[in-house]
Write a protein that binds this ligand. Structure first.
Ligand code: HEM
Length: 50
């Protein structure tokens, strides 16, 4: 999400606080069910961790 940090409408701070860790629950807590944030996030998908 590095390229998105400065573009996030909810502020850079909210992305920086989940850098380097699993941000799933933080993201879901804020944006779960919201189509625009979910579509944006899909665009940054790299791959799944085993
Ligand atoms: C991790 C990936 C994230 C993505 C891709 C993302 C994406 C977005 C998008 C697209 C918007 C604009 C929504 C709209 O105008 O329809 C937004 C707004 C916002 N985001 Fe995020 N977001 C992320 C993480 C977070 C996190 C972790 C938080 C806080 C815990 C957060 C807090 C906010 C806030 C406060 C807004 C502004 C209010 C709102 O429009 O809901 N975001 N985000």
């Amino acid at each position: 999400l590095t390229a998105y940090i400065s573009r996030h409408p909810g502020g850079a701070k909210n992305i920086l606080r989940i850098c380097g860790k699993d941000g799933t629950s933080t993201f879901e807590g804020q944006h779960g069910g919201e189509s625009r944030p979910e579509r944006t996030l899909e665009g940054y998908f790299i791959g799944s961790l085993n």
